[in-house]
Write a protein that binds this ligand. Structure first.
Ligand SMILES: C[S@@+](CC[C@H](N)C(=O)[O-])C[C@H]1O[C@@H](n2cnc3c(N)ncnc32)[C@H](O)[C@@H]1O
Length: 391
């Protein structure tokens, strides 16, 4: 394929640069607004092209030096100065809400992350020819010797893993909270890993240390299992939860749908007479029940099952929902509308499914505001908190 000089006009929602060649749109990774580069066309379709940079000609004034040496990893925004990253995320959310939910003037200023690098408490690495990631949106494997998103202890473990025979392993997840857990799909000689971990699982079986690890958020302690969800940006977990909780003005009974290990429920226990958390993951509910005990809290109940359907028999003044990226099911939305809570606080890491669900909920609720919270610097992802009041 041929090469062309292209100027980056703006970013798409996935953080790829957008340029034009003879009025046809082209998507280019590692390309920031203001950059000009010599680009090799890798795909030429009827309505769009894709390309890769051969050489930069002019660099954007918004570029910064990156700590990550890799190109096309999971951090398309890492070379963009942080203030511009925040503007990109806020505008993206505004556009999605206008386009898919007909909502304007509801997105507030974004809350920045306290840490921009080395903030993740969990990463999952693929094992192929070494350990690494798939390059953004492709099946191309990128072997790594460190990750500038992952916290220091994870980087130490990556270095050790790179000295081991990984030929019988497929995937390795590392969680570094107050304690460290390594979860291996496949087989590895774990002798050299033990001094870095409190818990090691291999093919689903505990082979070293504790079954659960712990993390602390403010004055609360949490047990976290190998399969349970936990927010990944430790510096921002308490900011996210406290912001969400401060937005609820009503008191009484709260539901925490998709409660994971019970984090939001236990934070809520101080402000509500009664809290009920529901999650489908048994490992997470086992942790939630234990977390209630460790923190000596007795006004919170947990139920294991599908939150979309199990909530239908419950009553609540305020409902907190924090579903996976797929958002709420139709049943879930109908059941919430039937419960008629005075307020809904909807936490979401996927603005598209959030907009889809708000578009239905807004028939009975006023979407007062949506606060973006940057839990994922250098990536195109953003967490959002929507506040809905009964009409
Ligand atoms: C984004 S996480 C939120 C967890 C928790 N609120 C937190 O902050 O740690 C989504 C949670 O939804 C749970 N989940 C997924 N589908 C579910 C369903 N149909 N019913 C209940 N929980 C579900 C997952 O197990 C996961 O714990």
């Amino acid at each position: 394929m041929y090469m062309k000089k292209v100027k980056c006009e703006r970013l798409n929602d996935q953080g790829q640069g957008i340029g034009y060649i003879d009025n046809k749109i082209i998507f280019i990774p590692e390309f920031l607004p203001g950059d000009e580069a010599l680009v090799r066309i890798t795909k030429d379709k009827k309505n769009y092209m894709e390309g890769v940079i051969i050489d930069y000609i002019t660099l954007s004034k918004d570029r910064v030096k990156t700590v990550c040496p890799y190109l096309n990893c999971g951090c398309p925004l890492k070379a963009l100065n942080y203030q511009k990253q925040l503007e990109f995320k806020q505008e993206k959310l505004q556009n999605i809400m206008r386009k898919f939910a007909g909502l304007t003037d509801v997105v507030t200023d974004i809350i920045p992350s306290k840490e921009i690098s080395y903030y993740r408490n969990k990463i999952t690495l693929k094992v192929k020819n070494g350990i690494g990631y798939y390059k953004n949106g492709t099946n191309d494997f990128l072997p790594i010797d460190g990750c500038a998103l992952a916290e220091t202890r994870i980087n130490e473990i990556i270095k050790v893993l790179n000295t081991l025979d990984l030929s019988n392993a497929k995937e390795i997840t590392i969680k570094a909270m107050d304690e460290v857990m390594i979860i291996i799909k496949g087989k590895i000689d774990i002798n050299k890993l033990q001094k870095y971990a409190d818990s090691i699982y291999m093919d689903g079986k505990l082979v070293y240390g504790k079954a659960f690890i712990t993390d602390s958020i403010d004055d609360l302690k949490f047990k976290v299992g190998k399969d349970s969800f936990f927010q990944v940006n430790n510096s921002m977990i308490s900011v996210l939860y406290k912001t969400a909780i401060s937005l609820a003005t009503k008191k009484g009974t709260a539901l925490d749908l998709f409660c994971g290990t019970g984090t939001i429920s236990l934070f809520l226990s101080k402000y509500f007479d009664k809290v009920i958390g529901i999650d489908i993951n048994e490992d997470a509910i086992e942790c939630a029940l234990e977390n209630r005990k460790i923190n000596n809290i007795n006004n919170v109940d947990f139920i294991c099952g599908d939150a979309n359907t199990l909530c239908q028999d419950l009553k609540a003044d305020v409902i907190f929902v924090d579903p996976p990226r797929s958002g709420l099911s139709k049943d879930g939305i109908n059941n919430i509308l039937n419960i008629k809570p005075k307020e809904i606080i909807y936490i979401s890491c996927d603005p598209i499914t959030l907009a889809r669900d708000l578009n239905i909920l807004k028939e009975k609720y006023i979407v007062e505001k949506i606060i973006p919270v940057d839990l994922f610097p250098n990536t195109y992802h953003v967490e959002n908190i929507a506040v809905l009041n009964l009409c």
